[in-house]
Design a protein around this ligand. Structure first.
Ligand SMILES: [Zn+2]
Length: 391
């Protein structure tokens, strides 16, 4: 038989009452039960609070508090804090007993958290917390609850029929306990007729990347790696994938090694970084007014979104949490051959432009370099002159 959560809290209090003395305040705490906003906490309301709501705000609780009432007027706290208010602990034996009971409730509450997979296509709605079907819990993401307009990039990705991004996660009822971005991309392969050069047949496959997994704050310490691993495995199962590129690979691996689940480990990809670009049109990205902060695909390059920071041609970096994006420093480019290389390309005052070592000639009388095309050799002296200096 599965124990009811509310009952285990009340039963535990009644059990402790046999052995430990109640505090003077014991009877002030009413309707003690599991907190609605945090399944690992308890909530209660005090007698005087019910009275003052009734007397001053004309709000009546009724015989039993509704969920809404509990949300609004109840105080939520840890089991430990509440039990210390309820009981007067004198001896070591009493203290041990109290903690034994607290631990038992804690384990029970944790075991009762469900891990239901959800897949949410409205990424902007989720991030901005406008979707009311979820109970968002603090999870260490700096983007949670930011305005919807910051997340237009994800809408843009989803407008492309070959790309998609979704929020995937685990929830307990409607409480989000773990979540991540899942990117996907369709890859087409054409079979071409050797004689005519025409495409005979096209097949396609999909490639996925699971971005950083965030875990609700209240489970960070107890179940961080476990929840990451659960989400990872559930996504693989849901999409029937042999391989899944994943940001949290090392944590998931170490968790599976701890659990000796080597079989699941074998089917891992070896690469840390995803093997695909998100080829959204960079000018469309540039046209956006606001940008999200991104963990992985944070570089906007001429090919699209990438996680590689060693690419030249970055236009933007999505490293701001205030809706901005960092524009790439313009690279110095030789005005003659177009070379881009900071070690080799320098500014010439004579040319008022950037030139490279290969395209330049030193003009001794000017103590400066100019483009070789603009340097004239003096057969008599063996020196070079800048063309504009010669009549
Ligand atoms: Zn050059």
């Amino acid at each position: 038989m599965k124990l009811n959560t509310q009952n285990i809290i009340i039963d535990s209090i009644n059990y402790l009452k046999i052995f430990v003395k109640e505090s003077d305040k014991f009877n002030e705490f009413l309707h003690i039960g599991q907190a609605t906003n945090d399944p690992l906490k308890v909530s209660y309301i005090k007698k005087e609070k019910i009275k003052s709501l009734k007397d001053f705000a004309k709000i009546e609780m009724g015989k039993y508090p509704s969920r809404e009432f509990r949300n609004k007027y109840f105080v939520s706290t840890t089991i430990e804090k509440l039990f210390k208010e309820l009981f007067t602990i004198v001896t070591n034996r009493e203290s041990n007993m109290l903690y034994e009971v607290i631990n038992r409730i804690d384990i029970h509450l944790k075991n009762n958290i469900k891990n239901e997979l959800f897949i949410e296509p409205d990424v902007s709605g989720f991030y901005s917390e406008e979707l009311k079907k979820y109970n968002y819990y603090k999870n260490g993401s700096c983007m949670s609850g930011k305005p919807r307009r910051f997340f237009k990039l994800y809408d843009l990705i989803n407008e492309d029929e070959n790309l998609s991004v979704k929020i995937v996660g685990l929830k307990s009822d409607n409480l989000v306990i773990a979540r991540a971005l899942l990117f996907s991309k369709t890859i087409y392969k054409h079979k071409i007729c050797e004689d005519s050069g025409k495409i005979i047949n096209t097949t396609f496959s999909k490639s996925y990347y699971l971005d950083r997994i965030y875990v609700a704050d209240f489970l960070q310490n107890s179940s961080y790696e476990e929840l990451q691993t659960k989400l990872f495995l559930q996504i693989k199962r849901a999409y029937k994938l042999n391989n899944l590129n994943c940001y949290n690979k090392s944590q998931i691996e170490s968790h599976l090694i701890k659990k000796h689940d080597v079989e699941k480990l074998n089917i891992y990809i070896k690469k840390y970084k995803p093997s695909f670009f998100l080829d959204v049109c960079p000018t469309d990205v540039e046209d956006l007014e606001f940008y999200p902060y991104a963990d992985t695909f944070k570089y906007v390059a001429d090919k699209g979104l990438t996680c590689m920071d060693d690419q030249t041609g970055h236009i933007l970096t999505l490293d701001c949490t205030d809706g901005e994006a960092t524009e790439a420093e313009p690279k110095n480019e030789c005005c003659d051959c177009g070379e881009i290389n900071d070690d080799h390309v320098f500014y010439s005052e004579l040319e008022d432009d950037y030139i490279c070592g290969d395209c330049s000639t030193y003009i001794e009388e000017r103590n400066e370099y100019c483009l070789t095309d603009n340097a004239l050799y003096n057969n008599h002296t063996g020196d070079y002159h800048w063309a504009s200096d010669i009549q």
